[in-house]
Design a protein around this ligand. Sequence first.
Ligand code: PXP
Length: 263
Amino acid sequence: MQKSRVRIQRPLGFLGSDPGLLPLRLVVKLGVNIDHVATLRQARRGIEPEPVTAALLAELAGADWITIHLREDRRHIQDRDVDRLKEVLQIGLDFEMSVAPDIVKKALATRPHFATLVPERREEITTEGGLDVLGQKEIIKEVLETLKGAGIEVSLFVDPDPEVIQASAELGADAVELHTGTYANALKKEDIQKELTRLTNAARQAAQLGLHVFAGHGLNYRNVIPIARIPEMEALNIGHSIISRSIFVGIERAVREMIQLIR
Ligand code: PXP
């Protein structure tokens, strides 16, 4: 595993803990997205399955952080889930969020370890693409500065597009999470390779600009390895495939099996 060190000015915090001299990716970290546990609970609007239990078991199995998306329509994660998770987790909490004012307010009240800005459309089944960083620079900058002003580091969920990566760095993001949905949905070998090349180039560019590099969306036990092997990749956020597998093998085993694949 690569152990070179890189000199980059980064703020103190959960993501960039050692300003000046940071180890460059010793292992690829895993963020486990537990939204789908809440989706199942909300199917009956009842009390089970409990997302906090899932999060604690994922923590025990070695997850580096828990990711949740408090959607504007509250279709899965609820405000009280956010509060409870923040209280009980010993690992980090990645708060995925839109730029809507009430969600920003919740983020400020929660003070997660970091926040990930994502696009949100009510009619979508899940997040369908990266943030429109170029088209929505002003609002993204405003929210980013508000969060950073409160000591919350910020990652932007973006497509692997050079202009978007450049703009993310200029806006002052701490990290980018590269959207892997197109890679995950590609069927033909050449399309998969093309997407992998775009992701690899985007990761290199982002790291050169001093950004932490994460990736996620649609990653599973079959397609994750090439993404985990991108040299600059620091962490992956994975939800659906881990929660799906956990129905059959339990969440601890599902998390451990993913960790084995990505490290
Ligand atoms: N990263 C982001 C920003 C997401 O919005 C999602 C889906 O909520 C994920 C990662 C996880 O995607 P999946 O559930 O397909 O693994």
